[in-house]
Design a protein around this ligand. Structure first.
Ligand SMILES: *Cc1c(COP(=O)(O)O)cnc(C)c1O
Length: 359
């Protein structure tokens, strides 16, 4: 398989894909060499589902989620435009990324997060990078409304994915996949929350296709969690619920664009249950050795579900599938500890240890 060593000499998303991005020589590039993440073959998962599956492991970005791809652009452009402060609402990863890139740029960062609803790893990141963290008594959708209003009235730049530069940066994920495979995959499975990422990937695939870098474009297969599936249900969800906190969103900002990605590509936006997410999450960790956060596993849960429904049954060749693993498992260690086999406490005696191991 053609897979260049994308990481060697990697210069970050803006320098690598400068000609596809709205930057100029004057743009001060704020980067931590994000992107260039591995596209990992998944042999056991491939065998199980009867497709050729790769995992785009976005957990290996500087702040351990794909948000860094968009944040390098959003923060660079904010600095270029003379902004001294940024603000965002977040289910966790946007705040972690905004906090880190703002620290790097030396500007102020304010983050609004839903109280008690973000994973510990993400909260720790926003705090240690020195962002002003406001935990609101409300959910992500409430937080987003508040930051939209504030950034609309005051000189503080919004860095949620409503900021078009976020989408521009995030489309680089699609470029990397095509660069690594030498062509577009047939299908891309991914989680959908605020729907910025599916919007960005589709934009990236379309641009590469138009520029002749890829002959085809994948079908976009997006998955929401059952308890927070507004796009699937066709109406906003007032009190979204799911253990996959990164996609616990009841009124996605890029709703229309996500539907366009689905319809233009001939894909689907569907939902998976929390149980299905946890099964996929554990399976990736145990079968492929890749530890992603629960939300990231929603795309893989969707793949399993669609294979079981016979979705690929009539294909003439084995379909090429890429699953986007959006964030690292260490973001949410509590979940891993809750769902895995608990460690046993044993006396420090060789006989007892041997007996436990079965020696
Ligand atoms: C932000 C995020 C998502 C959802 O992405 P959207 O662009 O909001 O659809 C999924 N998984 C992880 C880990 C995230 O951080």
């Amino acid at each position: 398989m053609h897979q260049p060593a994308v990481r060697a000499g990697w210069r970050g998303v803006i320098e690598e894909y400068r000609r596809f991005l709205p930057v100029s020589e004057q743009t001060p590039v704020v980067t931590m060499l994000e992107g260039g993440t591995p596209l990992i073959e998944a042999p056991r998962l491939s065998e199980r589902v009867g497709a050729k599956v790769w995992l785009k492991f976005e957990g290996l970005n500087p702040t351990c989620s794909f948000k860094d791809r968009g944040m390098t652009m959003a923060i660079s452009k904010a600095v270029e435009e003379g902004s001294k402060a940024v603000i965002c609402a977040s289910t966790g990863n946007t705040s972690a990324s905004a906090a880190a890139y703002s620290a790097r740029a030396g500007i102020k960062c304010v983050v609004l997060i839903p109280e008690g609803a973000i994973a510990l790893g993400k909260l720790s990141q926003a705090m240690i990078h020195g962002a002003q963290v406001l935990q609101i008594k409300g959910n992500f959708d409430d937080a987003l409304e508040l930051v939209k209003e504030i950034s609309g009235k005051y000189p503080i730049t919004l860095v949620n994915s409503l900021n078009p530069y976020r989408i521009e940066g995030q489309k680089s994920g699609a470029f990397e996949i095509v660069d690594a495979l030498g062509e577009a995959p047939d299908y891309q499975f991914m989680p959908v929350g605020n729907a910025g990422n599916i919007t960005a990937y589709w934009k990236g695939y379309k641009e590469y296709n138009e520029k002749g870098k890829a002959k085809t474009r994948p079908k976009m297969m997006g998955f929401q969690a059952e308890g927070s599936a507004p796009i699937v249900l066709g109406h906003p969800v007032k009190d979204p619920k799911t253990l996959a906190t990164a996609i616990k969103i009841g009124n996605p900002a890029s709703w229309k664009q996500a539907e366009a990605a689905r319809d233009e590509s001939g894909g689907v936006i569907d939902m998976v249950s929390d149980d299905e997410i946890v099964v996929a999450y554990k399976m990736l960790a145990k079968m492929e050795g890749v530890f992603c956060e629960p939300a990231s596993a929603a795309g893989v849960a969707g793949l399993k579900k669609y294979i079981e429904k016979g979705y690929f049954a009539n294909q003439s060749s084995v379909p090429k599938v890429v699953c986007i693993l959006t964030g690292h498992g260490l973001k949410d260690p509590d979940r891993a500890i809750k769902v895995a086999i608990q460690p046993k406490v044993v006396e420090a005696k060789i006989d007892l240890i041997k007996k436990e191991i079965g020696l």
